[in-house]
Write a protein that binds this ligand. Structure first.
Ligand SMILES: O=C(O)CCC(=O)N[C@@H](CCC(=O)O)C(=O)O
Ligand code: ZN
Length: 347
């Protein structure tokens, strides 16, 4: 088999889980050339497209921070395969990350620990393989961005996910905490062109991958929820077509010509409450079928955490990311409220 026919996902899983690979099939530390650049296989699930004459953007696409979120894995895998086949020719430096191969291998969200709670140094508090991989991923991103001094090239990171539940708005993105900084019209427009027309504004620092890149590398970074979790082979790829097109355009065009920002296009929600599970006895008081962004009446009992009761406080409060099975100390539910786009500080 020629090296450029190797399946990068199979290679990543085999290499990461210690399966033996023939010399021809092992891409580790190998390079393949494409018209205009090189594809470098730095580690299992860590692949860099390095153009000979890079344009002004350094772009990171990550998937599988949650191992069972297969659509983003297929999207990232297929972008890499398109480069290997000579169909996609990045002119922007691009780092592709298949974040948690061990969790993919067992079709689970994670093995020991939710990896999206382990960034921003949180990985230092433990020694599971997920802690180690999160530390390594931070290291790979740092060395990728540090190729040029801060400010010389623009930095982007789209951390691709799919959600556990149905959602009233199928695609949405989390805009990590900006520490008071403005929100970027260009990024809202790019996401809208990807079909992501709903945005959650996070109002506090987190240990997520996207916030890590914002905070440490001044990147425009987002957690992008592209739909609902499904097993491999059950994703309707036509639903991701707009996003896939834009992801490819971002790295293969010198300048991305986006439409004017349209304030009516994007629906904004402000995160108003984070409800953590602190004890074993934690209950959500609505069924599993309730979709993300469902609104409840004021006074509705949403959750009990031991003896603490959480009621809907404001009219229009909606639930998002409910999960009663998270580890103690972790977020079990967010609530959000509509925010008129006119109230956003935009740049
Ligand atoms: O579908 C769910 O309930 C969870 C979806 C999910 O994993 N969301 C991310 C959001 C990350 C962020 O807030 O930026 C997560 O919880 O890690
Ligand atoms: Zn996820």
């Amino acid at each position: 088999m020629k090296r450029n026919n190797v399946d990068v996902l199979e290679w990543t899983l085999a290499g990461y889980t210690g399966e033996s690979l023939s010399e021809e099939q092992d891409l580790i530390n190998q390079e393949l050339t494409y018209d205009g650049g090189r594809l470098i296989f730095q580690d299992y699930g860590v692949i860099i497209a390095e153009p000979e004459q890079p344009s002004g953007k350094d772009v990171v696409y990550s998937c599988a921070v949650h191992g069972d979120e297969t659509a983003p894995i297929e999207i990232v895998r297929d972008m890499i395969h398109s480069i290997m086949q000579g169909e996609l020719k990045p002119v922007q430096r691009t780092l592709f990350l298949i974040a948690n191969p061990a969790a993919i291998a067992i079709n689970k969200r994670f093995v020991d620990m939710n990896m999206n709670r382990l960034f921003n140094g949180a990985h230092k508090k433990g020694s599971t393989p997920e802690h180690k991989r999160a530390a390594n991923l931070e290291h790979y991103i740092t060395s990728f961005y540090n190729d040029a001094p801060k400010g010389q090239r623009r930095r982007f990171h789209y951390d691709l996910h799919t959600a556990i539940r149905d959602s009233q708005y199928e695609k949405f993105a989390v805009y990590p905490f900006t520490h008071g900084g403005p929100y970027k019209k260009e990024q809202l427009t790019f996401l809208a062109e990807c079909g992501v027309e709903t945005i959650l504004l996070n109002q506090a620092p987190t240990t997520t991958f996207s916030y890590y890149s914002v905070r440490n590398h001044d990147a425009d970074a987002f957690t992008v929820e592209l739909g609902k979790v499904r097993p491999f082979g059950e994703n309707d790829r036509s639903k991701f077509a707009a996003a896939e097109t834009m992801f490819k355009r971002l790295i293969s065009e010198e300048e991305l010509d986006l439409p004017e920002f349209d304030a009516n296009r994007t629906r904004i929600f402000d995160v108003c409450r984070t409800i953590n599970r602190t004890v074993e006895d934690f209950t959500l008081h609505f069924p599993d079928e309730v979709a993300n962004f469902t609104a409840f009446e004021q006074g509705y009992l949403l959750a009990t955490d031991g003896s603490k009761e959480y009621y809907v406080e404001q009219a229009g409060e909606r639930i998002i990311f409910p999960n009663a099975n998270v580890a103690l100390g972790q977020r079990a539910l967010l609530t959000v409220i509509d925010m008129p786009v006119e109230r956003l500080k935009l740049v």
